[in-house]
Design a protein. Structure first.
Length: 156
């Protein structure tokens, strides 16, 4: 049996760092990913494709690990970093985007992440597992944003 968890998160905030500093960090996947909590390993598969291997979670026979790959494309002129899922790598498909806007005295950021995670669990645990995984993912993304915000000199 498999339990499917759908993820859909969006955030908007502004930081003190200049546009160029922010865009360079976010478009450099390894540098940006280094701020993401519980990332066990980031593997460069070439051609802008990275495999994310998250830390294992769980106890006893219920140990889970989320693994996925996405292809990243950055466009400094549009202020965008967009990633699309790569099928056949791991147990999840994750897409998303950063939109970076220069506000002269600050840099405005919009983050959107969408994903589907497949976990090999009996369907009877779905009512417990789905909200728990969604909540954990949300906490990880919020910690990632907090880490980046700190790196960018704080929120405006």
């Amino acid at each position: 049996m498999t339990v499917t968890v759908n993820l859909d998160l969006g955030y908007a905030f502004a930081v003190k760092a200049p546009y160029q500093t922010v865009f360079e960090m976010l478009s450099d996947v390894p540098k940006s990913a280094s701020h993401f909590p519980k990332l066990d390993q980031l593997v460069d598969l070439g051609d802008g494709i990275y495999r994310w291997e998250m830390a294992k979670i769980g106890v006893s026979k219920f140990v889970l690990q989320t693994i996925y790959a996405s292809k990243y494309v950055s466009d400094v002129g549009k202020g965008s970093v967009v990633w699309t899922p790569v099928k056949g790598e791991g147990n999840a498909l994750v897409s998303g985007s950063w939109k970076v806007v220069d506000k002269k005295k600050s840099t405005h950021l919009t983050l959107h992440i969408k994903g589907v995670v497949e976990m090999p669990l009996p369907s009877m645990v779905k009512m417990i597992v789905v909200p728990a995984v969604q909540g954990e993912f949300e906490k990880l993304v919020e910690q990632y944003i907090a880490n980046l915000t700190k790196r960018f000199g704080g929120e405006v």
